[in-house]
Structures are given as structure tokens and as C-alpha cells.
Design a protein around this ligand. Sequence first.
Ligand code: PEP
Length: 253
Amino acid sequence: MRNIVAGNWKSNKLMKEGAELMDAINKGLPRLQKTEVIVAPPAPFLAHYASKLDHTSQIQLSAQQCSANPSGAHTGEFTAEMLRSCGINTVIIGHSERRDRFGENFDVVREKVEQAVAANLHVLLCCGEPLEVRETHGHFELIAKQLKDALLEISIEQMQRITIAYEPVWAIGTGVTATADQAQEMHHFIRKQLTNWYSPEVAGSTRILYGGSCKPSNAAEIFGQPDVNGGLIGGAALDAESFLSLITASEAS
Ligand code: PEP
């Protein structure tokens, strides 16, 4: 099973700056043996960047979210099918910033996952607890609920399209990282839930990424944990050198 290192640019970069960053990542990539590299630029750039990647590229493109609805009268929204139609094969769903700032609860997350899977997209499904939940030891229960809600309608076969990203909210963009032990403990817990809900095979073949202030100085230890299959990266994905060193850490893990 290959790791994934995915960079979420959020609302950063203009079109030309992003193209330069993509170019620098492309040029700096080693021949990858055990890592898939995914980059999630802002939505307005996706179709253009997709047209620039040829079949030899080792970079895949992802959207940062998609609509919970199929096509129709939903001004400003873009659908999973639209992403697919411009060559995008992955979408991040349920990022905590969407949950906190745009009111996406896990019913909405579930609808988005269903739209994305129906459009044959690969989903990077985020989950993660806020600080107060960890401090009161409710994190395992909450993560199980978030994932159960999001995956309610997803079948064993459709689980092939799902990658889970465990992103403790207290670690996102804060510079505070979960320890490798905390990450491993939660990833192991998530795998156990997948065994209960689906099967040991699904649990064993679903990639579970860590996200939350992952950087070159801590990536090797985190990616080296047995239940960690790479990372979803925010800040450190905005600079080619640091993103490339996270990819190197994944390759060495
Ligand atoms: C993220 O937003 O998914 C993320 C992990 O951000 P950062 O790496 O900046 O904490």
C-alpha cells in the first residue's frame, strides 16, 4: 500500500505563483517508490493546472471540497462531476476549516462523500477533535461518530475510494503537532473501527493520513508509525523545499 503525501494550499497563491510551485515540486521529485503525491490548489486554478500535467507527471490534483448537491440551481457551487470532467480525480471532504467556518456538519460531509464517490473521485475524508474534546478524553468517541456519520452510505466496495485524514483540530495551523504516539494511537483506533464496520481487509487497505502542523522536523517520526500512511499537509505544502522533504520522509518510512 503506497503512502500519500497531500498538500492543501487552502486560499493561498495566485495562479502564476501556484504554477511555479507545482513546477518546482515536479522538478524536485525523485522517482517515487512508495508515495503518491497529491496537490490541492484553489479551485479556480484546477482545470488549468490539470491541462499542464502530462501522463508522466507524478503529481495528482485534488479539489479542497465539492458541493453536497448534484448539478442544479446552487449558485457558486461546483459539483463532484464537474471536477471529474476537468481531469481532477481527488477531493478533500470535511476539512475542519469547512466544518468550523462554513457550517459543514457531518450530515453535509456525508452528502459530499456520496456525491464524490458517485462521481468516481478519490476522497480524502477528514476527521479530528477540538482541543476541549481531547482534554476531556472524548476524542475516540467523537472520531468514531464523525467517521460513522460520514461513511453511513458507503459500501465495502466504495471504501476503495476513501482515504481518511486524522487531523486533530488543535494541531492544524497551530505549530503544535500530535506526538507520534498520539497519532499512532488514534490511527490504530480508526483501523479497528473499520474492521468492525467493514472487514479486516478494508481496515488493512484504507490509507489513514495524519494532518496537523506536519513539517520536515517531525515527519519522519510520524510517518514511521505502523498505522500512519502519510500526511495531509497545510503550511508546509506552500514551499517546494519543505513539501519535497516531507515526500522524502514518506519514501524513507
Ligand atoms: C490542514 O489544514 O489540513 C493542515 C494539516 O494544516 P497545517 O499542516 O498547516 O497544520
